[in-house]
Design a protein around this ligand. Structure first.
Ligand code: F6P
Length: 398
């Protein structure tokens, strides 16, 4: 029988709670609705914050509601990181932004010692299946953990921390990745959980900016998130009819981008536009792969075109808040698929990342998705921008 844990990791994104809800509910349903359950009924656990790298005890039978105390006994759950959850504990989680499990960009997990502690904590709690929801960094970490697992188990056995029996039982770790990230920067999936909501937020913000820009006939340089990926900037540009967009995957080809941009904006002004919107991805680069900053664009627009220009950095307003409908549907469908993938896992099957391609929920080998995502950064540093675009989502190719 499988004992399944679900955790969220890395930067939060809308829809992560819906992932946890779906994994918990699908896990319980699949455990209880068969004659011979492959999952232990009511044995789903979720891991809070950096829970599984801490050496903390499992609070037996606790059900977490508000993150601070057990709603049955009122006992404090402070310092309890691995928490057992039931059906009701995740009720209504759909519509809540961020992640109620908490999250961290764990530094401990990046070290071999941290991963050894994580392996120990999982084995100690009898957990043999893990659903990880996070972005590129978290899924890279999950992939390393998966690959290292047998050697971590041997080390724990050598150190006498686990028995021979445990080393045999936990010979391999079932692991599945769900991509929670506003950046939409993971290859081999068309959409990451949280990206649609973030894009929606950006569009709303630009709609608001547009009316004031138009009133004052001003220019606005809007900086959007995305780390090294230009998806949010690109799609926000398309959805808001921006005048110019800067993204890392397609930097300007010459040093004369300032003139090019000014020429285009002047043309728009000449045909009667009273407002100017330039969108810059936070990772935007110039032809020498040096960052292009919003403040610099502002100076160019003010000095060369005499436009009264403001910079708006949308920051974390893009990441927080209630998930849009698609960021409830996608994680729900993917959460169910994740549980199926874990139930079907054998030592010979690869660990999967759950993605979506052409509106179908799919499984792709985690190791390949991680590798392809890293090749985008490599292609950008080699200035092979066509390749970088081709390894990203369909919108870059179209
Ligand atoms: O990866 C998600 C993301 O929001 C990126 O778009 C952004 O670069 C980064 O996280 C910001 O991270 P933090 O919240 O740690 O400042």
């Amino acid at each position: 029988r499988m004992k399944l844990a679900v955790l969220t990791s890395g930067g939060d994104s809308a829809g992560m709670n819906a992932v946890v809800r779906a994994v918990v509910k699908a896990g319980i349903l699949k455990a209880t609705k068969t004659d011979k359950p492959a999952l232990s009924p009511h044995q789903n656990v979720r891991i809070r914050d950096e829970g599984f790298v801490h050496n903390l005890r499992f609070g037996d039978g606790e059900l977490l509601r508000d993150g601070t105390s057990d709603h049955h006994t009122g006992r404090s759950l402070k310092n309890r990181y691995i928490v057992r959850v039931g059906w009701d504990d995740v009720r209504g989680w759909f519509g809540v932004g961020g992640t109620l499990c908490g999250t961290a960009r764990s530094t401990a997990f990046r070290t071999p010692e941290g991963r050894l502690t994580a392996a120990y904590n999982l084995i100690k709690e009898g957990i043999d299946a893990l659903a990880v929801c996070g972005g590129d960094g978290s899924l890279t970490g999950a992939d390393v953990f998966r690959a290292e697992w047998p050697s971590l188990v041997s080390k724990l056995r050598e150190q006498g921390k686990i028995t021979d029996e445990q080393a045999k039982t936990y010979g391999y770790l079932k692991i599945v990745g769900l991509v929670g990230s506003i950046d939409n920067d993971m290859s081999m999936t068309d959409m990451t959980i949280g990206a649609p909501t973030a894009l929606h937020r950006i569009c709303e913000a630009i709609d608001n900016i547009e009316s004031t820009a138009s009133s004052h006939s001003r220019a606005f340089v809007v900086e959007v998130m995305g780390r090294h990926c230009g998806w949010l900037a690109l799609l926000a540009g398309v959805s808001s009819g921006a005048d110019f967009i800067f993204i890392p995957e397609r930097p300007p080809t010459t040093d004369s981008w300032e003139e090019e941009m000014c020429k285009m904006i002047q043309r728009h002004r000449d045909i009667g536009k009273r407002k100017t919107i330039v969108i810059v991805a936070e990772g935007a680069l110039d032809k020498d792969l040096k960052p292009i900053y919003a403040e610099h664009i502002k100076d160019v627009l003010s000095e060369k075109l005499g436009l009264d220009t403001r910079v708006t950095t949308l920051g974390h307003t893009q990441r927080g808040g209630r998930p849009c409908a698609f960021d409830r549907i996608l994680p729900t469908l993917q959460g169910v698929e994740a549980v199926d993938a874990l139930l079907e896992a054998t030592p010979d099957t690869p660990s999967y990342m759950i993605g979506v391609q052409e509106h179908k929920i799919i499984r792709v080998p985690l190791v390949e998705a991680v590798k392809m995502t890293h090749s985008v950064s490599e292609a950008i540093s080699n200035k092979d921008f066509d390749k970088a675009m081709s390894l990203r989502n369909p919108e870059f190719r179209e």
